[in-house]
Design a protein around this ligand. Structure first.
Ligand code: C5J
Length: 227
C-alpha cells in the first residue's frame, strides 16, 4: 500500500488492484470543430486535461497496470437512446443527427472516437456506455470484478456529468475512487470546482481528490512491469 496525499485524507493506493478509468475523452467533446464546440462550449477547458492524462496513462502503462476507457454513445439505430435524452435541451441538432464529425454520439462515427493523444491499446478495455454513468447498461462492474479491481483512479470529462456520475456509481458498488483534479475537466469552471468539492465533501462521501503529480510520484516507486 502506498499512501497518496489527497483530500479529505490520504488515499491508500494498492496499484495491483487499482484501475485507471478514463471517461469519455472523445473527439466530439474535446476537439475544435466537434459537437461540444458547436454547442458554444470552450473546448480549451477540457483540452488542458490532455497532457496530464497522457503522462498518467504512459506511467500507468509502463507499470503494467490495468487501463479502461469509456465512450459515451448510442447504437446506430438509436434503440438505446431514450426519447427524453434525445429531445432534452431543445437543440436544433441532437444525438443521432448529423454533426461536424459524423452522427452525434453514435458508435462508429469519427466524433465518437477517443482522441488520438489517449488512444486505447488493443489490450485495454473500452466500455461503450449509453448513459452518463459508466456502470449503467454496461458490463464494467463484471469486468472489474473479474480483474480483481477494488479501486479506481477516475479521469476524463466532464467533471460534473460523466465523471461525477461514474464516481457515485462506483462508490455505491464498493470501489474506492481517487480523482486527480488536473485530469478531469468541465466546460464551466464553476462546475469543475463544485464537481470536485462534491466528491470529497463530508469525509469523502464519494471519493478522494488529488493531483496527478502525486499519483505519478507513487507510481515511480514501483518496479517496471511493461505490458
Ligand atoms: C456529457 C460527459 N456532458 N461525458 N457527457 O454529456 O460528461
Amino acid at each position: 500500500m502506498i499512501p497518496i496525499d489527497a483530500e479529505p485524507y490520504p488515499f491508500e493506493f494498492t496499484p495491483e488492484t487499482c484501475g485507471l478509468l478514463i471517461i469519455d475523452m472523445q473527439r466530439d467533446f474535446l476537439e475544435p470543430g466537434g459537437f461540444g464546440e458547436m454547442l458554444g462550449n470552450d473546448v480549451s477547458q477540457l483540452r488542458r486535461t490532455i497532457l496530464p492524462n497522457k503522462k498518467l496513462l504512459a506511467m500507468w502503462r509502463s507499470k503494467g497496470l490495468k487501463v479502461l476507457h469509456t465512450r459515451e454513445g448510442h447504437r446506430p439505430d438509436l434503440s438505446d437512446l431514450p426519447p427524453s435524452k434525445k429531445i432534452r435541451g431543445r437543440s436544433l441538432t441532437c444525438i443521432g443527427d448529423a454533426g461536424p464529425m459524423g452522427r452525434i454520439l453514435v458508435r462508429g462515427e469519427a466524433g465518437h472516437d477517443i482522441i488520438p493523444e489517449l488512444y486505447p491499446l488493443v489490450t485495454e478495455t473500452v466500455i461503450d456506455k449509453p448513459g452518463k454513468g459508466a456502470f449503467f447498461a454496461t458490463d464494467l462492474h463484471a469486468i472489474l470484478q473479474s480483474l480483481g479491481i477494488t479501486q479506481l483512479v477516475v479521469t476524463g470529462v466532464t467533471t460534473e456529468v460523466c465523471v461525477n456520475t461514474t464516481v457515485r456509481e462506483a462508490n455505491d458498488r464498493g470501489y474506492d475512487c481517487l480523482v486527480p483534479a488536473d485530469c478531469v475537466g468541465s466546460y464551466f469552471p464553476e462546475f469543475q470546482e463544485m464537481g470536485l468539492r462534491m466528491i470529497k465533501a463530508q469525509g469523502g462521501i464519494f471519493g478522494w481528490v488529488t493531483n496527478s503529480d502525486k499519483i505519478l510520484s507513487a507510481l515511480q516507486t514501483l518496479s517496471l512491469q511493461p505490458l
